[in-house]
Design a protein around this ligand. Sequence first.
Ligand code: NDP
Length: 311
Amino acid sequence: MSENTEHVRCLIIGSGPAGYTAAIYAARADLKPVIYQGMQPGGQLTITTEVDNFPGYPKGITGPEMMEEFKQQAERFGTQIRFGVVTSVDLSSRPFIVSADDGKTVKAESLIIATGASAKWLGIESEKKFMGMGVSGCATCDGFFYRGKEVAIVGGGDTAAEEATYLAKLCKKVFMIHRRGELRASKAMQHKVFSTPNIEMIWDSVPEEVLGDDSGVTGVRVRNIKSGQSHDFQVHGVFVAIGHKPNTELFTGQLELDEINYIKTIPGSTRTSVEGVFAAGDVQDHYYRQAVTAAGTGCMAAIEAERFLTN
Ligand code: NDP
């Protein structure tokens, strides 16, 4: 074996709550797991604000702090955590062959996929043009730059609602643009949005174009779906919070995916269509998508990997 090729019993891809929980359990079961953190170490929680619904944190905790604690717990039991992105996998026979952008090739006896899901974008040309110049996918990361200004946020789910209330604390005014006449967000989040005086709902509407010049975003043109009429809002920032898509490109054609590209698992388990490959967290769950459910399936995946390896 060349020095860049190694053999591991359990390889984990992804470092959100699912990946780190799988690592904690796999390490304690002496599987000596190796984890590739992926594109966004710590996963989606590193770009959220307060987490108030993860049991065990009665006073709440920020997403980045919580993920740092997950990481430290995984390290404490000997997980090898690598800063790197997996670039290809071959699941056609065991050991599975996994290559990463650190130049290493890993032969893995078992594989736990916890690559999560990534933010979706509107897909309009001007969104791309002003990305990082007023268009953002993360209020917590970029809200600071819009203190005292007017901004827009697109979406009607919990993320949009949470980010709108966060932005409302910093900004003069937040226009919340939603394509329907009611929010998808939980009742608690809806209550927060509707009771925040500087959030204005723009119902039944979609952004048609992000407006701007060399200095960045100056506004957003919004079309009312019902009337067909367009209206320009003068804003300096446009935050997009319209949901996620699963990070499954690496596995297309090798694992069974569902109609919206999430990894299919055998009900009640994390087993995939390939024996020895397990999937945990948002990459296989478009329904619950919570940190606590991701952590739960991460635990299941490690237990299943251990039983698979010892049987
Ligand atoms: P969701 O999929 O729940 O919501 C996406 C929103 O964006 C929907 O309102 C949807 O509209 C809208 N949308 C989707 N595509 C487009 C488009 N192309 N143009 C315009 N609007 C669009 O995603 P979230 O990220 O909000 O939440 C994901 C999961 O995470 C949920 O289960 C949520 O409950 C959870 N979450 C929980 C939090 C908490 O408990 N603190 C915080 C954040 C998220 P429509 O409603 O019409 O489909």
